[in-house]
Design a protein around this ligand. Structure first.
Ligand code: ADP
Ligand code: MG
Length: 256
């Protein structure tokens, strides 16, 4: 390998998982992301919190290019997010996403939900895709549900399927947008336990959640957003025990 190639290979190994550099986004005239800058290292676990409407989902969706930003730069694993279709393809392969509302395909079985993208996007042979899916369904502790349809499962089980489905694409980064907020209290723990296991396996994760126990347990860093800005960030202990801004103090007093 040439020296230049070696250097660029080393640079790509060292590239942070995610970089946001002065990102701005508007919906029409509504300024929803204001100079948002954040770097997520490989294997880092970041929890994003903040009041409703503060731009958390928008930020997460920009990282996955479900939304586009108007100013600033976003790089995922060293690839800048642009309208270039190859960049988009890279991002979609490397980044898995789990939504509040599960978003499973209701007319497909659990197994089919998990094998669809590996077969059609990754061109994986069906048998291999099914084996992979069963591995992940076992990992999220519901292999016995494989032949059922989403409507036959509880919310907690459906969300674990959504996590398994995302993992079947072998993402390097997982994004979660309030994965437990649509769940009944008794189902929140089973989903958080799955996420904790994933975090402990070394997955790079950005999780929008108000589950502060989860944040304390696995987050390397907590990022607090309000009105489109990152107001404050730090370790969970520092953020929860020694908030520096009135906005974070107020937010914590409302959720804890
Ligand atoms: P959060 O996830 O923190 O609750 P969002 O990112 O969903 O916040 O929303 C940020 C702001 O952008 C809110 O004022 C919301 O109403 C607005 N918004 C979100 N999505 C859209 C959209 N598709 N079109 C117009 N406004 C939107
Ligand atoms: Mg949201």
């Amino acid at each position: 390998m040439s020296e230049a190639a070696e250097l660029s290979r080393a640079a790509s190994i060292e590239a942070p998982a995610i970089v946001l550099d002065k990102v701005n986004k508007w919906y029409g005239t509504l300024h929803v992301l204001r100079d948002v800058s954040m770097t997520v290292a490989q294997k880092e676990r970041v929890v994003v919190c903040g009041p409703s409407g503060s731009g958390k989902s928008t930020m997460i969706r920009c990282i996955n290019r479900l939304e586009s930003h108007q100013e600033g730069r976003i790089l995922v694993d060293g690839t800048e997010l642009t309208d270039d279709l190859r960049a988009l393809d890279t991002i979609r392969r490397e980044v898995g996403m789990v939504f509040q509302s599960f978003n499973l395909f209701p007319h497909l079985t659990i197994l089919e939900n998990c094998t669809l993208a590996p077969i059609w996007v990754r061109k994986m042979p069906k048998n291999d895709a099914e084996e992979l899916a069963m591995n992940y369904l076992t990992r999220v502790k519901i292999p016995e549900q494989a032949k059922k349809y989403p409507g036959q499962l509880s919310g907690g089980q459906q969300q674990r399927v959504a996590i398994a489905r995302a993992l079947c694409m072998k993402p390097k980064i997982m994004l979660f947008d309030e994965p437990t907020s649509a769940l009944d209290p008794e189902m929140i723990k089973e989903v958080l336990d799955t996420m904790i296991e994933l975090a402990e396996s070394g997955m790079t994760m950005v999780c929008v959640t108000h589950e502060m126990g989860f944040a304390r347990r696995v987050a390397d860093r907590v990022v607090f957003m309000d009105r489109g800005e990152i107001v404050e960030s730090g370790t969970p202990v520092r953020m929860f025990e020694d908030p520096q801004t009135d906005r974070l103090k107020l937010f914590l007093s409302q959720i804890l």
